[in-house]
Design a protein around this ligand. Structure first.
Ligand code: NDP
Length: 267
């Protein structure tokens, strides 16, 4: 029995147990995957308790990704650069922290949507935790340039500095977005959660692939993309399933087939 879980607060809404149950069925592994509601100031205690019960690993969601980063005794490069951990694996009593969010986005773009990132111009809206998590996997695909535009310009500039050695990046305020066409626009702000559109008066969606990390509903960003002749409009459900698949593979060594799981969730 492989004991897994997802830690969060709140956690009731999580789709992860359903996704991992489908992966377990596909791969023929016996997996128990549960939701654990950890107290806001009690992540480490909850996590240690689960490890002592014989856990093989677990996922971590809001608001514990930074706690998990500090909890891990060893970090992958992805986790280091993301500054956050969404996946913990226990191996030979070592607590290894990984971040599969960015890998999930890139796998959705490349494998599911057949979008080659090489030499593409990518505009990312937002400079929060999600953007920090997706930057390295995107830059590893050799885009021509990654522009990070954020409401608070200083955060975008900081990310530009932090990721300079991994590829061509630039960071600036949302108001500096030019009308020049880009290949891919990724909405990694949390504006969609509030039913809002980031203020990108100068932005141009014409012919671009527009990807909102949010999933589960039509967002103002997706409406804007449609009204501005985007070439393709995508939500973050594929990323959710792909990051889960990457975690599953990290724990078990088995790569699940994500397509049927994405289709099931869409239904
Ligand atoms: P953070 O709180 O770390 O960052 C929020 C970002 O959004 C900041 O850059 C903030 O700007 C910006 N922002 C918030 N409101 C507005 C607004 N009204 N206009 C313009 N910018 C705004 O959040 P995360 O980075 O962790 O998450 C971002 C989104 O990504 C969420 O919707 C989350 O659900 C989604 N996500 C999806 C995943 C998936 O699997 N599909 C995985 C991970 C995240 P400022 O710095 O100026 O405050």
């Amino acid at each position: 029995m492989i004991k897994l879980a997802v830690f969060g607060n709140p956690i009731e809404h999580s789709l992860s147990p359903d996704i991992h149950a489908q992966f377990a069925q596909q791969t023929g592994l016996t997996v128990e995957y549960k939701k654990i509601l950890a107290p806001i100031n009690g992540f480490s205690e909850s996590a240690n308790h689960f490890i002592n019960e014989g856990a093989s690993g677990f996922n971590v969601t809001v608001p514990f990704k930074l706690d998990a980063f500090n909890f891990a005794s060893k970090l992958t490069l992805n986790a280091k650069m993301a500054g956050a951990v969404n996946t913990i694996k226990i191996k030979d009593k070592v607590i290894i922290g990984e971040n599969t969010d960015g890998i999930g986005l890139v796998n959705d773009l490349v494998s599911n949507l057949k979008i080659d990132l090489k030499d593409k111009v990518v505009l990312i809206l937002g400079a929060g935790g999600a953007t920090q998590g997706i930057l390295l996997p995107i830059l590893e695909k050799s885009p021509k340039r990654v522009m990070i535009a954020n409401r608070t310009a200083s955060k975008a500039k900081k990310l530009q500095q932090d990721f300079l050695s991994y590829g061509k990046t630039c960071g600036f305020g949302l108001e500096k977005i030019k009308h020049d066409p880009v290949d891919i626009i990724i909405n990694a702000t949390s504006a969609s959660l509030d039913g809002k559109m980031p203020d990108i008066a100068g932005g141009c969606a014409n012919g671009a692939i527009c990807y909102d990390l949010m999933y589960g509903k039509q967002t103002p960003f997706m409406d804007w993309a449609k009204a501005n002749n985007a070439a393709m409009i995508v939500d973050g459900l594929g990323m959710l399933v792909e990051q889960a698949a990457s975690s599953f593979e990290f724990w078990t060594g088995k790569k699940p087939n994500t397509q049927p799981v994405i289709s099931n969730l869409r239904r």
